[in-house]
Design a protein around this ligand. Structure first.
Ligand code: G3P
Length: 217
């Protein structure tokens, strides 16, 4: 299972990268705005800074909603760095643009996916990643994890190679449940990754080991 971090915050990206367990980064316009990164030039530079911090794929989202605009933006993003994955919205022109980029060998991530049917379209268009938003489904009393299970079944039925990137992950149990269901990738905040470290018995056990070592020395 790949671990992506869902942020545009360079410190948090570096923190996860330094742990040695990070496989990539996902961003979106809201995450960029949260870091105060505005204006096309600054946003483009920030993507390059992220790519220079990590080894894996970095999803960069287009803001156009028409095919020509998505192609223009996606090509500029892909030119920035070899690690860039063009992130496209799950709308008709997004599917068309996904097929266009897949045919050119440019990696894609279909975002804002909330149904199995949308995930099927993403796979048909040759998406590298499909991003079902599980937290936002949970927010409206719909089981986000069930969507991961449905997509896993559909993709396995036909051998689709599109990777299921569980997105809108909010906490550690989402990560664990996605791993049980066979999601290929999860993307979440740093806390959803570092939270996996925590267990009181680890802390108690370590304190006891250190105490006993001191007694013998
Ligand atoms: O990866 C998608 C993500 O950025 C959305 O997360 O927590 O805003 O639903 P959230």
């Amino acid at each position: 299972m790949k671990f992506f971090i869902d942020t545009a915050n360079l410190e948090q990206i570096k923190d996860a990268q330094d742990m040695g367990i990070l496989d990539g980064v996902t961003t979106n316009p809201s995450l960029m705005a949260k870091e105060g990164i505005t204006g096309t030039d600054n946003i483009m530079k920030h993507y390059v800074s992220i790519c220079n911090l990590v080894d894996g794929d970095v999803s960069a989202e287009v803001i156009s909603t028409d095919f020509d605009g998505m192609v223009r933006e996606g090509e500029a993003l892909a030119e920035l760095h070899e690690q860039i994955v063009v992130k496209l919205p799950m709308i008709k022109d997004g599917v068309k643009a996904c097929k266009y980029f897949s045919d050119k060998g440019i990696k894609t991530n279909m975002t804002l996916v909330f149904s199995a049917g949308q995930a099927l379209l993403a796979a048909k268009a040759g998406a590298t990643y499909v991003s079902p938003f599980i937290g936002r489904l949970d927010d409206i009393s719909t089981d986000g994890l069930n969507l991961i299970a449905e997509i896993r079944m559909i993709y396995d039925n036909y051998g689709f190679e599109t990777e299921i990137l569980a997105a809108s992950v909010r906490h550690t149990m989402h990560v664990i449940d996605c791993a049980k269901l066979g999601a290929d990738v999860m993307t979440g905040p740093l806390s959803s990754i570092t939270g996996l470290l925590n267990h009181p018995l680890t802390d108690i056990g370590l304190a006891k080991f250190l105490e006993d070592y001191k007694k013998g020395n």
